[in-house]
Design a protein around this ligand. Structure first.
Ligand code: ZN
Length: 193
């Protein structure tokens, strides 16, 4: 009996880590093209999604075609002429998953890179004040205190293993802003005097 319960729990746990894209997520990713609609605080339903805590992506989900489409469309959206941003997070396109696209100003080509299951594992040095805006808060700017030296951890979409990286300067600020989105936090919550 105990063995049976153990096997059932194991099966349940395996099931939980498989492809669990919801029909709403599939609908957004597959039907919105070529760019995704960016949610804003001006819309009540959008605000609920922007304030929700996002959930991680399983290795199977990161390995899926749907994830590849989402990653490509997040980059297409943030780089589109109407948005022209430096970063975007899952909730901003109606996907409450822990995924962000960030422009790597610290690399020569300044590429946009998508990071699943992103989190900050270390913050170093002092915070510095700097100007910020957000695609989901149209027409506003404000100053926020951020670290300029952080260590990020994410699941590599290639190896599906946890990867860490040290990020410096303005790129570190973008990471902090986008990762806040995954916990339902907007930069306007953190405006400094
Ligand atoms: Zn933002």
């Amino acid at each position: 009996m105990k063995t049976l319960v153990f096997i059932l729990i194991c099966l349940l746990m395996i099931q939980c880590h498989k492809n669990n894209w919801t029909s709403s997520e599939k609908n957004i990713i597959e039907t919105q093209s070529p760019v995704l609609r960016v949610l804003t605080v001006n819309n009540v339903a959008d605000s609920i999604c922007l304030r929700k805590k996002s959930i991680p992506l399983s290795p199977d989900e990161i390995n899926s075609n749907l994830y590849k489409q989402l990653a490509a469309k997040m980059i297409a959206t943030v780089t589109s002429p109407e948005q022209d941003g430096v970063g975007i997070a899952g909730p901003q396109v109606g996907i409450n998953r822990r995924v962000v696209a960030v422009q790597r100003f610290d690399k020569t080509e300044k590429p946009f890179v998508v990071y699943p299951n992103i989190r900050i594992i270390a913050k170093r040095g002092d915070v510095e004040r700097g100007p910020e805006g957000c695609l989901s808060v149209p027409g506003r700017r404000g100053e926020v205190m951020r670290y300029k030296d952080i260590v990020i951890s994410y699941t590599s979409p290639f190896t599906l293993r946890d990867t860490t990286e040290n990020i410096l300067g303005f790129t570190a600020v973008i990471f902090q802003h986008e990762i806040d989105h995954l916990d339902g936090i907007l930069y306007t919550d953190k405006l400094s005097e």
